[in-house]
Design a protein around this ligand. Structure first.
Ligand code: ARG
Length: 458
């Protein structure tokens, strides 16, 4: 295939260099965007009288055919092509001759690749947000079923205070709502058309950039031609948003892995989302969660790779920037596959309320409530805190728990203690009484579910 840029050189590039230079393996997935962009460009060239209308019509009809041929598998994308842009242009010229050679008037691959990538990523962003919503829905449903299931809440991975399982997992729903917002926000900022920026400086042809922008679903044209072809902020922003999303999935994964261990036993993953060991017959492994945790590193890598590519290149386009798509596409592929497996993994996960309740009973998890009991009866909180600490130390020494200390003993610590103390330090009661806004009480959980429902139905 002759190089589209043969002229200044004979285009006879060394075979290894040729393969090195080619991006077709990565950018062929933008065939639809490339062709749609070219159709809009041709229509604009025709309307503006930059090329004859008949030529524009011929180009548009042939491009439509090329697109359907590719999508129906009748036209294979040549893996030896330099990139999708040159492949489409070469195929067009092969099919309609001279008219095809007019398509690239007042355009460069630099603005072309920028417009294709934005259109492609726009769809990827929308699809990813949908997948995030599926996961939020799975968490929401699991929470609704478990609003009264009490478990230990942790700080420093030490049992801290009783919370409901619902409240705990809804924290992830809140993170995911922000993740969706970040992706949508970046996608909104990306939605300007660089087409018509040409190589870097604009053109002397009388373009109608507003027309192509509108035709391709952009909010308008970009304003600076140099920025238009040298900007990859949108890739970086999206990868940043995906990195944060993956960080959240990774933390959730880590908890699911811990919770499904025999030591915790808080949840059991469905067989459909578990694997076994080739040697240890007893094993049931949370591989899906581990893979999501592991793949987080990959997406961070994509972000750092692109930040590093961009940091030292002068304006405007440089070939380094061809690396953008491999990183960004990989980020989306990875995040999407993780989300696809995560939502049903959560949906089918069995919650072991008995194990959580048991864990919430030991470990002085309601010590704060014991101190609050005293504080509510006039003991200054700091004094109450210290007294409670001494009670805990006494229990540890005696090998008993706070709910088994007789009242007389409590009274030795403080005369304020009375028999109404015992229900006050029951984990379930303590959880249910945390009615403060955003607290763990079932009423608050229902309010959170209401917020999530309004997000899911917007
Ligand atoms: N394959 C190239 C890329 O992805 C297309 C742009 C080529 N532009 C150029 N001036 N060589 O970046």
């Amino acid at each position: 295939m002759e190089k589209i840029w043969a002229g200044r050189t004979d285009g006879k590039i060394d075979a290894v260099a040729d393969d090195f230079n080619s991006s077709i393996r990565v950018d062929s997935r933008m065939a639809r965007q490339d062709i749609t962009g070219s159709m809009a460009h041709a229509a604009m060239l025709g309307k503006q009288g930059i090329i004859p209308r008949e030529d524009a019509d011929k180009i548009i009809a042939a491009l439509a055919e090329i697109l359907s041929d590719i999508e129906e598998g009748k036209l294979a994308i040549d893996p030896r092509a330099e990139d999708i842009h040159s492949f489409v242009e070469a195929t067009l010229t092969e099919r309609i001759g001279e008219a095809g050679k007019k398509l690239h008037t007042a355009r460069s691959r630099n603005d072309q690749v920028a417009v294709d990538t934005r259109m492609y990523l726009r769809d990827e962003a929308a699809e990813t947000v949908e997948l995030i919503r599926d996961l939020i829905r799975a968490i929401r449903d699991k929470a609704a079923e478990n609003a009264e299931v009490v478990m230990p809440g942790y700080t420093h991975l030490q049992r801290a205070q009783p919370v409901s399982f619902a409240h705990h997992i809804l924290a992830y729903a809140m993170m995911l709502i922000r993740d969706a917002g970040r992706i949508e926000d970046a996608a909104r900022r990306m939605n300007l058309s660089p087409l018509g920026a040409c190589a870097l400086a604009g053109t002397t042809f009388p373009l109608d950039r507003k027309m192509t922008a509108k035709e391709l679903g952009f909010d308008g044209p970009t304003l600076n031609s140099i920025d238009s072809v040298s900007d990859r902020d949108f890739c970086i922003e999206l990868l940043g948003a995906l990195s944060i999303l993956m960080m959240h999935l990774s933390r959730f994964s880590e908890e699911i892995i811990l919770w499904s261990s025999s030591e915790f036993g808080y949840v059991e993953l469905d067989n459909a989302y578990s694997t076994g060991s080739s040697i240890m017959p007893q094993k049931k492994n949370p591989d899906m969660a581990e893979l999501c945790r592991g793949k987080t590193g990959r997406v961070y890598g994509d972000l750092i790779a692109l930040l590093t590519v961009m940091k030292g290149i002068p304006l405007a386009y440089n070939k380094d920037m061809q690396e953008d798509k491999e990183a960004t596409f990989d980020g989306f592929d990875t995040a999407k596959v993780c989300l696809r497996v995560f939502a049903p993994m959560i949906g089918t996960m069995r919650v072991r309320a008995d194990r959580m309740a048991e864990a919430a009973k030991g470990g002085f998890i309601t010590a704060t409530d014991l101190a609050d009991y005293l504080a509510k009866r006039g003991v200054p909180f700091r004094t109450a805190y210290k007294l409670t600490g001494q009670i805990v130390a006494y229990c540890v020494k005696e090998g008993i728990t706070a709910d088994t200390i007789p009242l007389e003993k409590y009274k030795e610590f403080s005369p304020v203690f009375d028999s109404d103390l015992y229900p006050e330090i029951d984990p379930l009661t303590c959880m249910k009484k945390r009615l403060s806004e955003g607290g763990t009480a079932p009423e608050s959980v229902m309010a959170q579910i209401g917020y999530i429902d309004s997000f899911l139905t917007r």
